[in-house]
Design a binder for this molecule. Structure first.
Ligand SMILES: CC(=O)N[C@H]1[C@@H](OP(=O)(O)O)O[C@H](CO)[C@@H](O)[C@@H]1O
Ligand SMILES: [Mg+2]
Length: 549
């Protein structure tokens, strides 16, 4: 069987590639201005179908979103059959297809791909796709549908939903009827699965005070409205920033990314959050989560991905011990270089901790190596993975005491509550609430697990970020030559100083991170390292050279 070349050409002509642009499938898929993504979407539809055929007709997910980026941006990510990020080798194929200058060269590139990867075109192709609330989403989905149509694949539109729900659906579809069945393959199935597990986990616990949820005016607002229906009075959620229709408000001065980068409360919550009360922020596609609270003096305290990892890991370790499984079930943590030094110290004294390069796929794969792998990026993206063997142990282990039986049940319910395909703000929020309820922790008590070192993240716009190359999980520079030695020399002068420089995988910038014992020192170190970067390579004079986030 061969490719339906005529139909592909006809439809491809309706989605021409903008001549001057180069697209790259990076850490977050393709992501740029929504207005220039039409051809990319069409081609991704075909690529997803080929991936599905290559995997014997398994369903592939396509998510149209630009997450926390400004509203005018959009993007697209592919989801592999188990609900995970697209296999790395296919990122390169995606980039090649997206950049073919004409319909003919696109078809040539497709033929080469089919031949090189020995794709059996007679296999079925199934795709499920969804989008966030961005105004450009509808047209981009139409372009994607043209791609799906051009190759004769079967497409299922999951509508407007969160990124993690789409990941859930992919896994649910592909495990349907097997012993690993992940859940019903509908949004309702997802809501039921999470809320049922949550209710069991908090049964008998005193109900928590109401939680403020900042939805970043994104698709998370919809998911929160739904889960409220399912939770009944087991958890009181008060959603804010739920406006998904007014132009320009998405992610504006709100959301998880705003909180993490500014280390501030969204201004819209200033008159809402009361001292002692907990609040949390989702990002634009609801796969990141940040918590915070105001202390008695009204001072803002952020509880980021590192704090969530510490809270959750400690809880799971306790349950594993209480279930009498500490000799057989190994819990480990995965972080990136952006994890606060305070968290790494706290966690490493209790559990195995691994540091990997930035990007969820690296964290996810490293976490799979543990029996229970807890991974979180400091920015609030993360989850917990239970290996299939661990799942089996939880199911079959015979508890010797009622206490062991209770702990085992909690662990089993956690495997249902946690979205193990990808970081999920909604599922992670419920997880945090479970732990807080079990421990009777306030925000302040959770915060006191360890003290964060003051830190600062800075970006430097450079002419060519590709000259920056790193090693040791991005903690050290190997290129440009000599720069790392200068950074080391600076860092030595600061108490508890740490700094590193790496090229961003999602923006045309180089990021500088620094931390130190005191706030002014962390700021100064970040600024001085940024200065070193700037002196070394020069900034792009057309843009602001150094920008504090
Ligand atoms: C410092 C930081 O937060 N970097 C983010 C950002 O990657 P960069 O490669 O730093 O641009 O976007 C990634 C995708 O969302 C996310 O995984 C990562 O954590
Ligand atoms: Mg996101």
């Amino acid at each position: 069987m061969s490719l339906p070349v005529e139909l592909i050409r006809k439809l491809a002509d309706q989605h021409p590639k903008p001549a001057s642009l180069r697209f790259q499938y990076g850490t977050a898929g393709f992501r740029t201005l929504g207005t220039v993504l039409d051809s990319v979407m069409f081609r991704v539809g075909i690529l997803a179908a080929l991936r599905s055929k290559r995997l014997d007709g398994k369903t592939i997910g396509v998510m149209v979103t630009a997450s926390h980026n400004p509203e005018a941006d959009n993007g697209v990510k592919l989801v592999d059959p188990r609900g995970e990020m697209l296999e790395a080798a296919w990122e390169g194929h995606a980039t090649i297809l997206a950049n073919a200058p004409s319909s003919d060269s696109f078809i040539d590139a497709l033929q080469i791909l089919v031949k090189n990867l020995k794709i059996d075109l007679s296999k079925p192709a199934r795709i499920i796709y969804a989008r966030d609330t961005r105004p450009s989403g509808g047209a981009l989905v139409s372009a994607l549908e043209d791609g799906i149509k051009a190759i004769g694949a079967e497409g299922r539109n999951a509508g407007v939903t969160t990124t993690p729900i789409l990941h859930y659906l992919v896994r649910a579809i592909n495990t349907k009827g097997t012993k690993d069945e992940y859940g019903e393959d509908s949004e309702e199935g997802y809501m039921k699965k999470l809320s049922t597990a949550f209710k069991k986990l908090v049964a008998g616990k005193p109900s928590s005070p109401p939680l403020i949820v900042d939805c970043a005016n994104g698709v998370g607002a919809q998911a929160i409205a739904e889960i409220i229906q399912y939770l009944g009075d087991t958890l009181q959620l008060i959603p804010h920033n739920t406006d998904t229709t007014t132009p320009g408000v998405l992610n504006h001065a709100s959301g998880a990314d705003f909180v993490k980068t500014t280390q501030k409360l969204p201004p819209s919550l200033a008159s809402v959050l009361k001292p002692g009360q907990r609040g949390c922020s989702f990002d634009g596609d609801a796969d990141r989560l940040m918590y915070y609270y105001l202390d008695d003096r009204g001072q803002f305290h952020m509880l980021d991905g590192d704090k969530i990892a510490a809270l959750v890991a400690a809880f799971i370790v306790e349950l594993v011990k209480a279930a009498g499984l500490e000799e057989i079930v190994r819990v480990g943590i995965v972080q990136t270089a952006y994890a606060n030094g305070g968290s790494t110290k706290y966690l490493a004294s209790r559990l195995p901790v691994r540091c990997v390069p930035t990007g969820v796929k690296h964290l996810h794969h490293a976490a799979e190596k543990y029996d229970v792998g807890v991974y979180f990026e400091a920015n609030g993206h993360g989850t917990v993975l239970f290996s299939p063997e661990t799942d089996e142990i939880f199911r079959t282990h015979q508890p010797s005491t009622p206490a062991q039986s209770t702990a085992l049940n909690h662990l089993l319910n956690l495997t249902q509550l946690i979205n193990q395909t990808v970081g999920d703000a909604l599922s992670d929020m419920l997880l945090v609430e479970v732990v807080l309820a079990h421990k009777s922790y306030s925000g302040a008590e959770w915060d006191s697990l360890y003290v964060d070192l003051p830190n600062r993240l800075v970006k430097v716009v450079v002419v060519d970020r590709n000259i920056f190359r790193t090693e040791d999980a991005e903690r050290r520079l190997v290129s440009p030559p000599g720069l790392q030695a200068k950074i080391d020399e600076l860092v030595r002068r600061y108490e508890a100083g740490r700094a590193f420089v790496r090229p961003s995988g999602t923006e045309d910038v180089v990021r500088v991170y620094a931390e130190a014992m005191l706030r002014p020192q962390a700021d100064e170190l970040a600024y001085r390292v940024a200065g070193l970067v700037y002196d070394e390579v020069g900034g792009d004079p057309a843009k602001r050279p150094v920008e504090f986030l």
